[in-house]
Design a protein around this ligand. Structure first.
Ligand code: NAD
Length: 491
């Protein structure tokens, strides 16, 4: 049954210095299920970004000087407001983001957790007392940097944006957030409404939205403006490289979380039903549009057929269609560009001899959950990120072979290992070139206080808990001499 409570938000403008501002230019924010107009969004350019940066800069001294418990208090208020407004967020996650109802529910549970974890780290130590060669009081102390520019993606916009800015803010930094043009409300303006209601001081949190045509100039302003001291980016590897290079040129700190090509390794002694469920959730949750999605399932040869049957059975039961119907677990891909990318990988693989076990159909932005076998290294789908509901299942003989197959990609974000043998699992885990590895679970795991991030082309730096604090602070060495350090006699 179609849900007609397609509640649309009132878009009040960009949010700068605690004020909403309408802009002359707007762009269309589309519902990816049916292509209808969902909202009209302010289309900012470099001058608007500059004003937001200046507002954040002006607010920095006051925000950083607040007692830490007050900053924590604002984070806790934000958590409560998101909980109260969960239905608004879920509607946006469905009709702006194209996500299944349950995916929106998941985000509304995780976002308050992130705000509370950010509040929690305010109460942890901010430095260390070091021994001193000369009896000084010698301290290493963590201080906020200033304005942090946040650029976030469209796939899990609530969690990912909140993860990027909440810890940085709790540490005393002020924020300019530029959400993705595909989800400017749920990844940006929604949070401005939350911050406004929480009474966060003007300028501590700012949101600038813009169309795809303007992201270059807005992004450049955030990188090039000397008032921005740090950048948090989550998105594609191509854009991430560009941003890291720019930050490098300006000697600016950045945390860059990028794409993945994650494997789930299924060993012969694994619980096969749990392995099939982990693969099904990992590959098809949110149409495979999660950086940690299971894109390759590597299965020990002796259980390959059994596993494939169970996995295919589960995948074929997932309903595809407009997410206005809550029973449709597989919604549309976010845009035509993503759908074309997935179709091109499928065509390339099938053209070179891959076998479609389940699915394979592409209807506009809707792609059926698809399982491929007989995939070889010369196919694009073996190494390139798909970011769609397609999983490759490949047999292996030895643990060494599974490790080599996992590592055979430029990416290194997450990985999963299914087995009853914990010792064997940890020994494989040590050899996987990924930032994260989960034994007896899918590759998709994210907890607000744990270190999240990848290696190789999957990124640089870590989000989560105290790792976020280290990312978005400077460590200073401050000493207090009590007359103990002698100078050479000639001076
Ligand atoms: P994208 O790189 O196209 O866009 C990400 C953000 O960058 C958006 O806000 C976009 O507007 C902005 N952007 C684009 N070009 C820019 C430029 N020249 N300068 C400044 N900003 C620019 O990525 P996407 O399509 O939104 O997201 C999908 C990608 O993100 C996938 O590759 C996925 O794996 C990755 N991702 C990674 C993680 C992670 O934590 N590792 C999480 C989610 C998504």
């Amino acid at each position: 049954m179609l849900d007609t409570t397609n509640a649309r938000p009132e878009i009040k403008g960009v949010y700068i210095g605690g004020r909403w501002r309408r802009l002359d230019r707007e762009f269309e924010d589309m519902n990816p299920s049916d292509g209808s107009l969902w909202a009209r969004i302010p289309d900012g350019g470099a001058p608007v970004a500059r004003q937001a940066i200046e507002a954040a800069h002006d607010a920095f001294a006051g925000w950083a000087a607040l007692p830490f418990q007050e900053r924590a208090g604002f984070m806790l208020k934000c958590a409560d407001i998101v909980e109260r407004r969960k239905d608004d967020f879920i509607a946006a996650a469905r009709f702006e983001g194209g996500g299944w109802h349950g995916k929106g529910v998941h985000e509304t549970l995780a976002i308050p957790e992130i705000f509370r974890a950010a509040a929690g780290v305010c109460y942890s130590p901010i430095g260390e007392i070091l021994p001193s060669l000369h009896g000084k009081v010698s301290q290493a102390v963590r201080v906020p940097m200033g304005v942090v520019g946040v650029i976030s993606p469209w796939n899990v916009p609530g969690i990912l944006a909140a993860r990027q800015f909440s810890f940085a803010m709790a540490a005393g930094n002020t924020i300019v957030l530029k959400p993705s043009e595909e989800t400017p409300y749920m990844g940006g303006l929604f949070f401005a409404e939350v911050m406004e209601e929480a009474g966060v001081p003007p300028g501590a949190f700012n949101v600038v939205t813009c169309s795809r045509g303007a992201v270059g100039e807005v992004g450049d302003e955030m990188m090039d403006n000397p008032l921005v001291k740090g950048v948090a980016f989550t998105g594609s590897t191509a854009v991430g490289r560009r941003i890291a290079a720019k930050c490098g040129a300006h000697l600016k700190k950045c945390c860059i979380e990028l794409g993945g090509k994650d494997s789930l390794i299924v060993l012969e002694d694994a619980d096969m039903e749990r392995a099939a469920a982990a693969a099904n959730f990992g590959a098809f949750m949110h149409q495979g549009q999660i950086c940690m999605s299971v894109e390759k399932v590597l299965v020990q040869e002796s259980v390959h057929e059994t596993f494939l049957r169970l996995f295919a059975d589960r995948a074929s039961k997932l309903k595809v269609g407009d997410v206005a119907d809550k029973s449709n677990v597989i919604g549309p891909l976010i845009n035509d560009r993503q759908a074309a990318r997935v179709k091109s990988q499928l065509d390339d693989a099938v053209g070179k001899g891959a076998k479609v076990v389940v699915g394979g159909g592409v209807d506009g932005r809707f792609v059926e959950p698809t399982i491929l076998t007989r995939v070889t290294r010369d196919m694009d789908i073996w190494r390139e990120e798909t970011f769609g509901p397609v999983a490759v299942v490949t047999p292996f003989r030895t643990d060494g072979e599974a490790i080599a197959m996992n590592n055979d990609t430029e990416y290194g974000l997450s990985s999963g290992i299914m087995t009853a043998d914990e010792h064997r699992a940890l020994s494989i885990a040590r050899n996987l070139r990924t930032g994260m590895c989960h034994v007896n679970c899918s590759t998709i795991n994210d907890e607000a206080h744990a270190p999240f991030g990848g290696v190789k082309a999957s990124g640089l730096g870590r989000y989560g808990g105290r790792w976020s604090m280290e990312t978005f602070c400077e460590t200073r060495w401050i000493t207090l001499d009590r007359g103990g350090k002698p100078f050479p006699g000639v001076f």
